[in-house]
Design a binder for this molecule. Structure first.
Ligand code: FES
Length: 150
C-alpha cells in the first residue's frame, strides 16, 4: 500500500502494509535509523518519535494509524528551537553512555518541553518514566532537561 508520510518536514512515499509498525517503516523504508528497537512492545521508549508533537512508541504504532500527522524523528529534532535546546543540553551534560536509548529519551523530553516549557519535577517524572536506560543515565538526563528549561 502506497502511503504519503510527512517526515521531518518532507513528504515521503512508502510502499508498506498498513499493519507494519512505524518503527520499521522509518528504519527500513526511509533509512532513518535514529529510532531504535528495544522491546517491540511499547515498554522501553527506545523507539519514541513525535506525531504532531506527541511522543509515541513507533514500535506499537501501525503505519495505518499515522494518517496526516507530522512525524519527527531524532534526525529532525534540530528543526525546532526546543529540539535544538534539548540536543545542546544533552551534549553539555554528556548524557549518553552506550547511547542506545538516547534518541527516545530526547524525543520524550522535546515533547514535554514543547507542551510545557516550565515543567515541575512530577511532570518531568511523568513524561520520562516510560523511557528506560540500562546504563542508568537518569541523573544526567534530568540535568539536561533542567538545563534546557532555564
Ligand atoms: Fe518501542 Fe521498546 S521498542 S517501546
Amino acid at each position: 500500500m502506497k502511503t504519503a508520510l510527512k517526515v521531518n518536514g518532507r513528504t515521503r512515499i512508502v510502499d508498506a502494509p498498513g499493519d507494519k509498525p512505524l518503527l520499521w517503516v522509518l528504519r527500513e523504508e526511509l533509512e532513518l535509523s535514529g529510532p531504535k528497537f528495544g522491546c517491540g512492545q511499547g515498554l522501553c521508549g527506545a523507539c519514541t518519535v513525535l506525531l504532531d508533537g506527541q511522543a509515541v512508541r513507533s514500535c506499537s504504532t501501525p503505519l495505518s494509524a499515522v494518517g496526516k500527522a507530522a512525524i519527527t524523528t531524532i534526525e529532525g529534532v534540530g528543526a525546532s528551537e526546543v529540539g535544538q535546546k534539548v540536543a545542546a543540553a544533552w551534549v553539555d551534560q554528556d548524557v549518553p553512555q552506550c547511547g542506545y536509548c538516547q534518541a527516545g529519551q530526547i524525543m520524550s523530553a522535546v515533547a514535554l518541553l514543547s507542551a510545557n516549557p516550565r515543567p515541575g519535577e512530577a511532570e518531568i517524572d511523568a513524561a520520562m518514566s516510560g523511557n528506560l536506560c540500562r546504563c542508568g543515565t537518569y541523573h544526567r538526563i534530568r540535568a539536561a532537561i533542567r538545563q534546557a528549561v532555564t
